[in-house]
Write a protein that binds this ligand. Structure first.
Ligand code: ZN
Length: 440
């Protein structure tokens, strides 16, 4: 593969202690040199990075639903990774709630093969905690690990039984795998469809209290401390969950957590306006009230939150165009994440660019023990180029994802992914924010 030199961008790489104008030399899919005003060897393709653009280690979304095998009408691995690279992600970790469930090496191998064929973002499969994610018997975790799974979870559902969670945390220590939990007490969640509060009451929707999540987070933190296992809390939404995570971290339990962009941008008031009963505002955990959203922003600011992950959950329009009660939970997120993080967090002074990189690249790489998260010499050339000041308007119809279920249609935001480079190869260029062919 040709040598390429990325010249003149602001490189932000907190793991390497770098933040400044640096050049990056790429050869054979790897970064071979990083430095100021690098010499230009013969035969090198020089890419002049436009002024004001920022170069960061490739973004990693550790919580996506790619729907294949089994629900290809919502998304396929090919369309999912196309959506990922269009959103600036060089890697995604995909949840096992496919059909069949990814609870064995056959399904894991199928996902990896489809990802290889698609050849865009890297795909890291996550296996199930229990057989069929039924919550009864542990899956063959050794087999899943050997097949390439990077974590286990029964996402979509919690690991409801404390004893099974205990055994999962104990057993995964052998493989150093995190157990990712969708925290929700099933009896408290009941058949709720929205956050239990004023809005749900006013709209006549059955509620899911914040406590349903908080109780499960507290349990998981307790079990992580007891077993020495590693728990990662998925898509946190309720303010009390942050308190539980803080207690765990203070006690040196192995616990990390993530927040999805919709939980730091929207509240349950979106159920009322601009569109009443908009099923694109139905997700699990639900959009909560203002104090919860502010708490998530606070946790992102103070470092309690380790990761921003999208919980990309594609659903076909026909499935969402039904009564609120009957609609499936979830929204797509890969292509709206970077603009939301810039607009709501970076430009408002909530986070710095080094923290942006920690939340969206370094920490996911560390938690899943994958390459990436840094741009030092020798690392794979997985690179995201960002245009922090680009003005974008989200257009649901224009999303690369096969599904268009987003509550952000028409939103005007500042900040975008400009180009995505995986293994030294440019796999996406955002023509609307870069001059033509800059990264080709
Ligand atoms: Zn979930």
């Amino acid at each position: 593969m040709a040598k390429r030199l990325l010249k003149g961008g602001r490189v932000v790489d907190p793991a390497a202690g770098q933040d400044g104008e640096l050049d990056l030399l790429i050869e054979d899919g790897r970064i071979v040199a990083v430095g100021r005003e690098l010499p230009v060897p013969d035969g090198v393709q020089v890419i002049a990075v436009p002024r004001g653009f920022i170069i960061v280690p490739g973004l990693i979304d550790m919580h996506v639903h790619l729907r294949e095998p089994g629900q290809e009408h919502k998304e396929t691995i090919a369309t999912g990774v196309a959506s990922a690279v269009a959103g600036g992600f060089t890697a995604v970790a995909c949840m096992p709630n496919t059909s069949p469930i990814n609870d064995n090496a056959g399904v894991t191998g199928f996902i990896l093969e489809k990802a290889r064929e698609a050849g865009l973002a890297r795909v890291y499969p996550i296996g199930a905690v229990t057989r069929g994610s039924a919550g009864e018997q542990l899956a063959d975790i050794a087999e899943l690990h050997a097949a390439g799974c990077v974590a286990i979870t029964d996402d979509g559902h919690p690991v409801a039984t404390s004893l099974i969670m205990r055994r999962a945390l104990e057993y995964t220590r052998m493989f150093d795998l995190p157990v990712i939990d969708h925290c929700e007490d099933p009896s408290l969640k009941g058949d709720g469809v929205a956050h239990e509060g004023f809005q749900a009451a006013a709209l006549g929707l059955r509620g899911i209290p914040g406590a349903a999540e908080e109780i499960m987070v507290a349990r998981d933190v307790t079990l992580a401390a007891m077993t020495g296992g590693y728990v990662h809390i998925a898509h946190m939404s309720a303010r009390g969950s942050l308190d539980a995570v803080r207690v765990g971290k203070d006690r040196a339990a192995r616990v990390t957590c993530e927040v999805a962009p919709h939980h730091f941008t929207l509240t349950d008031e979106s159920l009322e306006r601009p569109i009443k009963y908009d099923t694109n505002c139905k997700m699990n955990p639900p959009l909560r009230e203002g104090a919860d959203m502010e708490a998530m922003i606070g946790g992102i600011r103070d470092g309690t939150v380790d990761v921003i992950a999208t919980d990309h959950a594609p659903h076909h329009a026909d499935e969402k165009h039904v009564e609120f009660d009957r609609a499936p939970f979830g929204i797509v997120g890969l292509e709206t994440c970077v603009p939301l993080v810039f607009d709501r967090l970076v430009h408002r002074g909530i986070i710095t660019m080094p923290r942006f990189v920690e939340l969206l690249s370094l920490n996911p790489a560390r938690i899943l023990r994958r390459q990436g998260g840094t741009l030092t010499a020798g690392a794979a050339a997985d690179i995201t180029v960002l245009a922090p000041d680009a003005r974008v308007t989200i257009r649901a119809a224009a999303l690369r994802s096969k599904s268009k279920n987003t509550p952000f249609d028409g939103w005007e935001l500042r900040g975008a992914a400009a180009a995505t480079i995986v293994g030294g190869r440019t796999v996406f260029v955002n023509d609307s924010v870069t001059g033509a062919d800059v990264f080709a």
